[in-house]
Write a protein of this length. Structure first.
Length: 150
């Protein structure tokens, strides 16, 4: 029995590894890099693909001298209404649904500000609870930069 327990302990140690150091955050995928080196000055507006439950978004990106100087990201619900203060309030503003929906509304404001500040899409942090909005932001940013680079 002791040999069995010793073997099980050894197997557990092998499976769990022997690291004890601090965890480092996983890097964002390199595919979120954008290249502004060929971007022409101008304002570019693109629409995201539509999520069948949560709607779509638009991004207006203004580029000058190979830099993003302004970004405006707007989310729309399934009915085409702008996601704002009332988004998700059908079950009341004290409901969990409303609070979760408002996470997305706030993220919609944060994503473009981070992009203008960092000039790097891979440095825009995804916000937990707003992953669809983040995906739409990434999609529209890449498409706007592609348009600017034609």
């Amino acid at each position: 029995m002791k040999k069995f327990l010793a073997a099980m302990c050894a197997a557990c140690l092998l499976m769990t590894g022997c690291g004890g150091g601090e965890k480092t955050p996983a890097p964002k995928p390199a595919s979120n890099k954008i290249d502004l080196s060929n971007a022409k000055d101008g304002t570019y507006t693109v629409e995201s693909s539509r999520d069948e439950k949560l709607g779509n978004s638009t991004l207006t990106l203004t580029i000058k001298d190979k830099k993003i100087i302004a970004a405006e990201f707007t989310g729309y619900d399934l009915f085409g209404n702008v996601k704002g203060e009332d988004y998700g309030s059908l079950t009341g503003k004290d409901s969990a649904d409303y609070k979760k929906a408002q996470v997305a509304v706030n993220a919609i404001k944060v994503y473009p500000a981070q992009l203008v500040e960092t000039q790097d899409l891979s440095k825009v942090d995804a916000i937990s609870g707003a992953s669809i909005s983040y995906g739409q932001f990434v999609e529209t940013t890449k498409r706007a930069v592609e348009e600017a680079s034609k």
